[in-house]
Structure formats: C-alpha cells, structure tokens
Design a protein around this ligand. Structure first.
Ligand code: 7TS
Length: 417
C-alpha cells in the first residue's frame, strides 16, 4: 500500500482540479512555491471572518484568540523541526529575509576585516548576495566549496577551506537546481570542529523531508512557509536560543521592545525582539495549518512519495531522446540522497521554448537560472535549464504527461535525432 493516497490528497488542493490552456493543470513547480490545501485556505479565511485583530495588543477576546493562534503556530514550527521552544522561531518574510537577518545581526557583530564566510557552489542567490553585501561592508570575503562532477559537495575541498577558519558556513541543505541533498549533519559537525557557526538554507528540505535541528546541531536554519503548503510572506529563522539572545535586533519599532524612553529602549524577549511592527498574523495561522496537514501525512511519507516520483521521472527522462539531466541520475540514487527536483535540457531547444510549449499542454515547469546563476552559468555552463519539481500531490501520470510533451517539443521545434 502506498503511504500517500495521491488521488485523495489531490482532492485537498482546489487548484489541482483547475485547467490551464484547456488541459488539466499539471503543476510541476513546487520548488518555486507549493500549492495550498483547503485546510490552509480555510484557516486564513476563518481568521479574517471571525477573529481578525492585531496580536499582543488587545485585551479583548478576538485579539487574545489571534495572539494564541499565532503563538501556537510557532510552537507547531518548533515541534516540526525539533527546536527547543517557540522562542527559537523568528518569523520573517521568507528564507531570503531570514538569511539577511543573520547577516545584518549576528554577522554584523561577528565578521570583520579579512574574515571568511563559506558557502557552496550550489547556493540560491539568497545565500550568496547577503554575504557579498556583508563582505563589502566589512572587508571580509565569501568563498565557495566546490561541487564534484557527480553533483555532490567536494568534502575534501571543504576540509581544506575550513583550515582558513571561516566565521560562518552557510550552505543549502537541498539544491533547488540539482536536487542534491547535502549531508547537513556532517557539514555542521566539521564546521563546529573548526570553530565556525552554521546556517542552513533549508528552503528545499524542511518542506520535503524530516529535518531535526537538534540532530543536525546547526546554529541557524532558514525556510519559507510558501514552499510547504503555507501562505506567502511568512518565513522562518530558527536560531539556537543562546545565539538569538546575544544578537541585536535589526528592525526597531512596535512590539519588539520592552520599554522605550526618549533616550533609549530595551528589547522584548525572544522571539519577539526580532519582529517589529504588526505581525503577518494570517501567515502564521496559515503556516500552522500547513504544518498540521504535513504532520498528518507524515514527513517520512512525503519524502518516500517524492523519492518514488523522482526515480520514475529520471527513468523516463533518461530514456527520452535528446534529454540531458543536471543532477544525480537514477543509478546515482543508490549511493546519494536526492530530492524531487529534476533539471534538464532538450538538446537544441532553449528551456524557455520548452517551458512555453509545455505550458500549452497545461504543464507548469520553471525555466531559467533558478536564482542560482553561479551554479547554472559557471558550474553547469548553461545559460538556463528547465526544471520539474514535485510534491506530495504529484502523481506518476503527470510525469508521463511531462515526458510525452517533451517528445512533442522535439517535433514542434523540428529537432532531429
Ligand atoms: N534557498 C533556496 C534553496 C531556494 O530554493 C529558494 C527559492 C530560496 C532560498 C529563496 O526562497 P524565498 O522564499 O526567500 O524566495 N527558490 C526558488 C526556486 O527554486 N524557484 O523559485 C524560487
């Protein structure tokens, strides 16, 4: 028995029964953003219909209820990643914002002239640009751990780069282009041994597999609610309590203070110290509902389902003429961890044309540099790649539609061989 009843699951996602270009929507772009189940949509709607109020401010019932729901969602996030408490869960706008918060707070005080920040060659721009900005401000430098030709991190290169005593190792858990799952625990262990702090960009891992911050033992982790069935505009920064305690706030304003005088201010307790102004209450409530949904399905089941889909997609695409895959192939999956992101090109076709033709078949995939220009342009040496990415609501039949349409692309573009 499959652990996920995909037809039943699909019924929970209203958008999946809509059409696009007269065809049933085949949504294969969950790495960009996930679709939302009715439970999440309803939780947000119920909040606006029945208890919309500003949190932490009113003493009246609906404000208390909204505050409780928002705080409860933080407890759900903390449990979901096995953090010690909701005090370690800071709400931001998204992964990008969470990483910038660490750059502007912790790193601002701890990285100086000549210091190094280590990332990898497979980062999303959001885990490159904040460090480049910091490096410019501080006279520090950003270095990148090399990727091997098998699409995994070169651990020898990493060990070598650790000898320069970097202040921070900030790396992606799962590549949004390659689907490579990096060994977060080992990378963190080595970084700790070298005296560096660790930030994990978990935008593509937390939504798709069990992730345990205590087991990994990282200092920081960043991820986005919109990629895990929640609404956009709400991301998470996890930080070890001791780290967050010593960090200064970045944004000042309402709610993040304990007291304010004309001369100076003191800060609210964690995690509110980092959350100035009126909160994204609907975002928190929506993320809480998303986590309830994922917990019911079980993250091990999500991971198993996506692994199965990935194997099937790789098998079918590897058999398709003219298709080149960027990432661990079907054979490689025996040895390496791989997530449900499959980037490919069709020989002789620009990925934008591929995406446009697939769109006419109702298929949503992404084409471009996927906000990982250094990886795509410099390491893979491509101007762009097409990418299909999966989630718990995708089914093998959709991969068949994708692969059949890829064959159609070849005939539309009159590609030979
Ligand atoms: N890190 C990784 C690994 C990502 O895949 C993304 C978004 C981000 C950070 C940034 O997330 P945000 O929520 O702050 O925007 N990745 C993608 C993608 O692959 N296609 O669209 C967005």
């Amino acid at each position: 028995m499959p652990k996920i009843d995909v037809e039943k699951t699909r019924k929970d996602f209203p958008i999946l029964s809509t059409t696009s270009n007269g065809k049933r929507l085949v949504y294969l772009d969950s790495a960009a953003t996930s679709q939302k189940p009715g439970g999440v949509i309803n939780a947000i709607s119920e909040y606006y219909r029945t208890y919309n109020a500003n949190i932490h401010r009113g003493l009246y019932d609906i404000s208390v209820k909204a505050t409780e729901a928002y705080t409860k969602s933080k407890e759900a996030v903390a449990n979901f990643i096995n953090a010690d408490s909701y005090r370690e869960i800071v709400y931001c706008k998204n992964t990008t914002d969470a990483i910038n918060l660490v750059a502007l707070s912790w790193a601002e005080g701890n990285v100086g002239r000549g210091d190094t920040i280590l990332a990898t060659e497979m980062e999303h721009h959001s885990n490159i640009v904040p460090w480049q900005l910091l490096a410019k401000r501080k006279g520090a430098k950003v270095e990148y751990i090399r990727m091997k030709s098998d699409f995994t991190i070169d651990m020898d290169d990493y060990r070598e780069k650790l000898e320069a005593n970097p202040k921070l190792v900030s790396f992606t858990h799962v590549s949004n282009v390659l689907g490579t799952v990096n060994d977060a625990k080992e990378i963190t262990r080595l970084s700790r041994k070298a005296g560096a702090r660790t930030l994990i960009d978990a935008a593509q891992s937390v939504p798709h597999m069990p992730v345990d911050v205590k087991d990994i033992d990282c200092d920081f982790m960043a991820f986005s609610g919109h990629k895990m069935l929640g609404p956009a505009g709400l991301g998470v920064l996890y930080g070890k309590e001791a780290m967050l305690e010593e960090m200064p706030p970045v944004y000042g304003g309402g709610d993040m203070i304990r007291s304010v005088s004309f001369k100076e201010s003191t800060w609210n307790e964690l995690p509110w110290k980092f959350e100035a102004g009126t909160s994204n209450t609907e975002g928190g409530i929506g993320l809480g509902a998303a986590i309830d949904y994922l917990n019911k399905v079980g993250m091990k089941n999500v991971r198993a389902h996506e692994t199965e889909l990935t194997r099937y997609a790789l098998k079918r695409l590897e058999e398709t003429r003219g298709v080149k895959i960027y990432g661990i192939g079907l054979k490689g999956m025996a040895a390496f961890n791989r997530a449900g992101v499959v980037s490919f090109n069709i020989e002789g076709a620009h990925p934008h044309d591929v995406s446009t033709i697939l769109n006419s078949e109702g298929i949503a995939i992404r084409a471009g540099h996927h906000c990982a220009m250094p990886l795509v342009n410099t390491v893979l040496r491509e101007p762009a790649v097409a990418r299909a990415s999966f989630y718990l609501y995708n089914k093998p039949e959709e991969i068949d539609i994708l692969v059949d349409s890829v064959a159609k692309v070849r005939s539309v573009l009159h590609l030979k061989n």
